[in-house]
Write a protein that binds this ligand. Structure first.
Ligand code: IDP
Length: 160
């Protein structure tokens, strides 16, 4: 059950984080994980996987009509990705803040301490992914890890 809270700020949340192929191949994995832990997130699950065209297209289905879609799929299938479930209060929004804006070039100027500023290249090759809402987080966690994790607040007996 989801714990009730008046302002929502004390909810433990889970979000999906991904180090994209440029981040993995560029050897940023350990540095990014250090930032994650130092920022108060727990990495409760992780797996490394290689997306094929079908899975990448499914993951990014909301962008299938965009002009950048085919480039995005080519990029996302160009090497392995490291997928993690992160847990913390306000994990969804806080992870989005930590990764910075989509365009890594802009991130270097406006959010110089963000992860995308550290290891991203441009508006496509931006090194990391983060769920943009609780609903996306639940879908994306299920996408990679199955139905083990409903996104409900977790109690102390939760194995995750
Ligand atoms: P987000 O990852 O910051 O949430 P979205 O708009 O959901 O950004 O786009 C998903 C991914 O598609 C981005 O992370 C990036 O890799 C790619 N992308 C987004 N916009 C562009 C673009 O204008 N050109 C090329 N690739 C893009």
């Amino acid at each position: 059950p989801i714990r009730s809270s008046s302002n929502g700020s004390t909810e433990e949340e889970k979000t999906l984080a991904m180090i994209k192929p440029d981040g993995v191949l560029g050897n940023y994995t350990e540095r990014i994980k250090m930032v994650i832990v130092e920022s108060g997130f727990s990495i409760i699950r992780e797996t490394i996987t290689q997306l094929d065209e079908h899975r990448a297209s499914n993951f990014y289905v909301e962008h299938s009509s965009k002009s950048f879609f085919s480039g995005l799929i080519k990029y996302m299938t160009s090497g392995p990705v490291l997928v993690m479930i992160l847990k913390k209060e306000n994990a969804v929004a806080d992870w989005r803040t930590l990764i910075g804006p989509t365009d890594a070039q802009k991130a270097k100027i406006t959010h110089p301490h963000s992860i995308r500023a550290m290891c991203g290249l441009d508006s496509e090759k931006n090194c990391v992914h983060g769920s943009d809402s609780l609903e996306s987080a639940q879908r994306e966690i299920s996408f990679f890890f199955g139905e083990i994790s409903s996104g409900d607040a977790v109690g102390e007996h939760d194995e995750l």
